[in-house]
Design a protein around this ligand. Structure first.
Ligand SMILES: [Zn+2]
Length: 432
């Protein structure tokens, strides 16, 4: 008797701490139905704003879209007023594990648990700013801690965008992000995972996929410079090495995105069949032809360059960044004329999370129309993130990732900076 009593009380205490849902028999609940109404709605594909706009949401999906929809009995009704309903924004190049300040020192001074908590807070800032889907392009030394953040978001434990994550980026010894500038005897770790040849690339990709990476990020070029108006950035992997990485990623249902700024690295990446070339300052005519033919997306990341130019570490760094910005702006116009497909990615992290709508603005400032920037960001972005026909447009059957912005984004792309309403997966995360 005596021995049974404590065991019983333990069971009782445990039961009392269980959430209510776990204590009762499962009940099938009808999905929540909500009708959203606003003065306007954006048709991303057509590049048009229609008035008024309504979206019917059932559970996590969009059920219907139109001007005046019948309101189902028992549904909730949200009148958002003088705003434009549009799909949640997509950022195809983020770093949840970075925050402003000395980027390299952050990865040296902060533990991975601390960085993971900061990443959770970054995910919250991004989604509340209207970014409902992101491709995180490397934790910069926090290995696969991004998998934990992605899973916590997916389990509803913390707010954040739909995430595609890539663990550490992959680089060569002495290459990009390999603690260059530190005394090697201090053994400051690389922010990337090392792979020095084809076999090591395959092996690291297998480890990262085991660790939960959705996407593979490879540094294809190293330190950039412009000298006498000519851009230089040494390549890190040959076309054959990158092709082996792409084949291995594909074998397990994944894809490769490269950090690649200049030639011939960009050509090697395009020939190898990567999914995206990020930064892409310099693209040769042959690289652009391949990108068009194979629908490889360029992701310009103008916002990070602007931030670095505005917050330089030294006068020399400021001059270098400004030179790169004007070089890239001129090349971007050539890329637009050549019909290169684009997605929108900001490289947020080194600059504050939640402010990356600036990337959409900078693409317009550099010569793309707002309608084309929105198509690139949302329709191409959805393809690049492997959620084509699921996100990026307001259509029946798509996920209910919906935001509202004041004004008309086709007239002023700046309105993306000020979402007043954010819904992800049918759940309202923000309503001002
Ligand atoms: Zn990046």
């Amino acid at each position: 008797m005596i021995s049974i009593l404590p065991r019983c009380s333990l069971v009782l205490v445990f039961a009392a701490t269980l959430p209510l849902a776990a204590q009762t028999a499962p009940v099938t609940q009808a999905p929540k139905i909500t009708l959203l109404h606003a003065a306007r709605i954006l048709d991303v594909q057509a590049g048009r704003v229609l008035s008024p706009g309504e979206v019917l949401v059932e559970g996590e999906r969009i059920k219907a879209v139109g001007g005046h929809l019948p309101r189902p009995e028992g549904s909730a009704f949200i009148d958002l007023g003088d705003v434009t309903l549009m799909p949640g924004l997509i950022d195809a190049h983020t770093h949840l594990f970075l925050h402003p300040g000395a980027e390299d020192l952050q990865t040296v001074q902060e533990s991975v648990p601390e960085r993971t908590l900061l990443a959770a807070s970054a995910a919250r800032a991004d989604v509340l700013a209207g970014f409902t889907a992101e491709r995180d392009m490397g934790t910069e030394g926090a290995k696969c801690a991004d998998v934990a953040v992605r899973n916590a978001i997916n389990h509803g434990l913390i707010p954040g965008p739909r995430m595609l994550v890539s663990c550490n980026a992959i680089s060569i010894v002495g290459g990009h992000e390999d603690a260059i500038g530190y005394n090697p005897d201090q053994h400051v770790l690389s922010n990337a995972d090392y792979a020095n040849n084809r076999d090591e690339l395959v092996s690291v990709i297998r480890e990262q996929r085991k660790g939960g990476a959705d996407f593979i990020k490879i540094y294809e070029t190293g330190r950039d410079g412009v000298k006498d108006g000519v851009f230089h950035s040494p390549y890190q992997y040959t076309e054959q090495e990158l092709a082996a990485a792409v084949t291995e990623a594909r074998r397990t249902g994944s894809r490769v995105g490269v950090h690649s700024t200049g030639e011939p690295g960009n050509l090697y990446a395009a020939e190898a069949g990567v999914a995206s070339i990020d930064h892409a300052y310099q693209l040769s005519p042959e690289t652009m032809r391949l990108m068009r033919e194979r629908q490889i997306f360029a992701v310009p990341t103008f916002a990070i360059s602007e931030y670095f130019a505005q917050h330089p570490a030294s006068p020399a760094a400021e001059a270098r960044e400004k030179q790169l910005i004007s070089y890239h702006a001129a090349e971007f116009k050539k890329q637009l004329a050549a019909g290169v497909p684009f997605a929108v990615g900001s490289d947020v992290g080194p600059f504050p999370h939640g402010t990356q709508a600036r990337e959409y603005e900078l693409m317009v400032e550099n010569g793309m129309s707002p309608a084309d920037v929105l198509r690139s960001g949302l329709i191409n972005g959805a393809k690049l993130l492997d959620w084509a026909d699921e996100i990026g447009q307001l259509k029946a059957g798509y996920y209910a990732d919906i935001i509202a912005v004041p004004g008309n984004p086709l007239e002023s792309i700046k309105v993306l900076e000020h979402p007043t309403f954010v819904m992800k997966n049918g759940e309202v995360l923000r309503k001002d």
